[in-house]
Design a protein around this ligand. Structure first.
Ligand code: NAD
Length: 254
């Protein structure tokens, strides 16, 4: 039996999209602490600090994605782990968002993962420890009010993850996803900032969680690291909820 070590990513190279903030940054820091060389691909990479490497990349632009992955492979010589995490939100019902907004959010949240994975696949096929982890959301199945567009994109990520897992498992590339609940990141901070009393709103939101608190970015990062690590070698096509009990206790899909 092999024992999971704190250095299970030694010698591996990882990219994390949306790696300059929130869940992506926490994941990048954790993978680096466990031995990986990590590049954070982000539209705003300026704040990324050593030992992480910030690479400018817009996942909605295929040329930008290809250039970023070429830069990472040029620098580190290989690519083993892809964390498809970049995403944006959208609030409102069907009337709130027009076609342009639907195309824009789908393009970033779903096609962005396709672009990054497509460009990474030739490199992943050469790795003995290839893994892709997509950031889904419980919005994929929870029927959240005022989240039609965002939920539809995460539902697509759910299905995309399963399809990618089936297509690439025989090549030795494992594909899985995490489905966070409400995570205490700058994203949620921006949403809470629009409330009349952000602190009271955060307390109320926390109280609605089965655990009584928001999920932390570190908790999601640990789940992503598990799915990305060679130690989870038998886990394929899994959507791992990291949601303080929302899925397990209340919001089971049919
Ligand atoms: P965040 O806003 O803190 O970080 C998102 C990062 O993505 C930012 O650094 C941003 O610059 C980057 N980004 C945005 N558009 C990009 C693009 N086109 N190309 C490259 N990078 C881009 O958000 P977060 O809360 O850490 O969310 C990260 C992921 O987690 C998203 O996919 C989100 O849907 C998902 N998620 C978040 C929550 C939550 O409650 N925070 C819950 C479920 C799922």
């Amino acid at each position: 039996m092999s024992i999971a070590r704190a250095s299970d990513f030694d010698g591996l190279v990882a990219i994390v999209t949306g790696g300059a903030s929130g869940i992506g940054l926490a994941t990048a820091q954790l993978l680096a602490a466990r031995g990986a060389q990590v590049a954070c691909l982000d539209i705003a990479p300026e704040s990324v600090q050593d030992p992480l490497v910030g690479v400018r990349c817009d996942v909605s632009d295929d040329a930008s994605v290809r250039a970023a992955i070429d830069a990472v492979v040029g620098r580190f010589g290989r690519l083993d782990v892809v964390i498809n995490n970049a995403g944006i939100g959208a609030i409102g019902d069907l009337a709130a968002n027009g076609d342009d907004q639907w195309h824009k959010v789908y393009d970033i949240n779903v096609v962005g993962m396709v672009r990054v994975s497509r460009a990474a696949l030739p490199h992943l096929r050469k790795s003995e420890a290839a893994a892709i982890v997509n950031t889904c959301s419980i919005a994929a199945w929870a029927g959240l009010p005022q989240r039609a567009l965002y939920s539809a994109t995460k539902g697509a990520v759910y299905a995309l993850t399963l399809a990618m897992a089936a297509d690439h498992v025989r090549e030795g590339i494992r594909v899985n996803a995490v489905a966070p609940g409400t995570v205490d990141t700058p994203w949620v901070g921006r949403l809470l900032g629009q409330a009349a009393d952000p602190a009271a709103e955060k307390a109320a939101l926390s109280a609605r969680q089965p655990t009584g608190k928001l999920v932390s970015a570190d908790e999601v990062a640990n789940a992503i690291a598990y799915l990305a690590s060679p130690t989870s070698g038998a886990t394929v096509g899994t959507i791992l909820a990291v949601d303080g009990g929302m899925y397990g206790l209340r919001l089971r899909p049919p």
